[in-house]
Design a protein around this ligand. Sequence first.
Ligand code: UDX
Ligand code: UDX
Length: 452
Amino acid sequence: MREICVVGVGYVGIVTGACFADLGNRITALDINQEKIDNLKKGIMPIYESGLRSMVERNVQAGRLHFTTSYEEALKDAKFVFICVGTPEGVDGEADLQYVRDAACSIAQVMDHPLIIINKSTVPVGTGDWVANIVRENQPKPVDFSVVSCPEFLREGSAIADFLNPDRTVLGSLSPEAANQVAELHLPLRAPIVVTDLRTAEMIKYASNAFLATRISFINEIANVCEALGADVKEVAQGMGYDKRIGHHFLDAGIGYGGSCFPKDVKALAYMAQVHGRHPQLLQAVMEINTHQRLRVIHKLQEELGELAGKTIGLMGLAFKPNTDDIRDAPALTVAERLQELGARIRAYDPVAMDQAGRVMSDITFATDAYDLAKGCDALVVVTDWNEFKQLDMKRIKEAMAQPVLVDGRNIYNPKRMREMGFTYSAFGRGYDSTDSPAGWPPPDKATEAKS
Ligand code: UDX
Ligand code: UDX
C-alpha cells in the first residue's frame, strides 16, 4: 500500500485515483472545485464513465479513497502526487499551463516531506523541468522532491479498462530512483514500462496522439478518393488492416476526430515545432483534413436538399464519440453551428450528452430517442456512432421523416440496404455499390485503350 495524492478529479484524475485505490493503495483525490468534491462524497461522479461509480463506491467503503479540497490534508502522508489538472488549448494553439502552474505552486507551498511529483496531464515538452523550477521557487523551505512524467493513454468510454490493461507505461525522469519507485506502482498492471528522460516521455505522448490522429486523417483522405473512384473505404481499411505492419485500429473514416485530446494535442505539437523553427507540414495537413471532414457533412446535405434555410436537420449523437457525455471539440458543435448560420433548424438526440450539450448549444430541440428525433426532419445526420443507432427500425425512422435524406457521418449503415429502403443515403468513401459500376471508371481514354 502506498499513500498517493491525485490533483484534479476530471477524466484522468478520478480514473487514476479510483484504479490505484482498487490496486490496494490509499488515495486522497483533491480538486479545487468544491462542488465536485461534495458530489463525490455523496456518490455523484464528475464524469460519465462506465464502471467508475461502482469502483469509487467500493474503494470509499474500503477506506482507500478520500476526497478533499485541502492540499494540507491531501499531502499529509503522501509519497506520490499525480498532477491530473486540465491543460486546455491556449490562444495560439499552445497548451495553457495555468492549472499545472497552480497545482505545482500549491504543492510546493504545503509539502513538508520528500515527494515524487508525477505529471499525468498532456503537457508541452519541457514542462517537467518547468514544474521542478516552480516547486523549487515556491517552497517556503527546501524539501527534497523529484518530477516524473507518466503520460495518460486513457480513452474516454474505456478509461478504466485502459488504465488496468495498458499497452505500456511511459516514465520520464531525471532521477532513476524516482522513476523506479513510480515503476513499482505500475507493476501490478503487468505492462511493459518504458523508462526515459522527462522530455522524451512528454514527446512520446504527443507523438502517439498525433500519429493516431494522422491515421484518421489518412483514412479520411483515402475515403474522399474512394468516393470519387467508386471504392468502399470500409473494405479498403479492412484489407489494409490485415497487414500486421498496419493493423485495424483507428482506420474508421467519417466525420473526423474530436474530443479533449486529439484536436488540441495535434495543434500543440505543431505549435511547438513552429516556435522552434520547424515546419510541421504533415500535422497541418492532418488538421486541415479533419476540419474539412466536418464541413463535408454540410456539402452532402446541400447536395441532397439544396438550400438549407428553413430545413429541419436531425443530429443523431452529440458526444465526440460513443460511451461518453463529453462534447469538448465534438464534430456536432461545428456541424450545428454551420447549419444554424445557413438558417437550418436543428433537432438532436444523444443517449447521454444532451445535458452537457444544452449548456453550450442554443436553439436546438432535443428529442427523447432516435424515432422522436426523426419526426419532421428533412435529413438525419449520424454524428456519433452510438451502438443504439446501429440496429434501429429504419422503416419507422423513414416514415417519421419529411424527406428520407440520411447522411451517415460514421459509416454505420449498409449503403445498399439504405438505398433499397428508399433513403437518399450518403456516407464517407463508400462509393462502391454492387448494383452500380464504379462511377466514371475506367475514364474514357483508358476504356478505349482497354478495348483496343
Ligand atoms: C486533462 C488534460 O486536459 C489533458 O491534457 C490530459 O491529457 C488529461 O487530463 P481531463 O482529466 O479531461 O484532461 O481534465 P478536466 O476534466 O478538465 O479535469 C481537470 C480537473 O482538475 C477539474 O476537475 C478541475 O477542477 C481540477 N483542477 C484544475 C484542480 O483541481 N486544480 C487546479 O488548479 C485546476
Ligand atoms: C484519446 C487517446 O486515444 C487516449 O490515448 C488519450 O490520450 C486521450 O485521448 P479519446 O479522445 O478519449 O482518447 O478518444 P479516441 O478513442 O482516441 O477517439 C478520438 C476521436 O477520434 C473521436 O472523435 C473518435 O470518434 C475519432 N475516431 C477514432 C475516428 O474518427 N476514427 C477512428 O478510427 C478512431
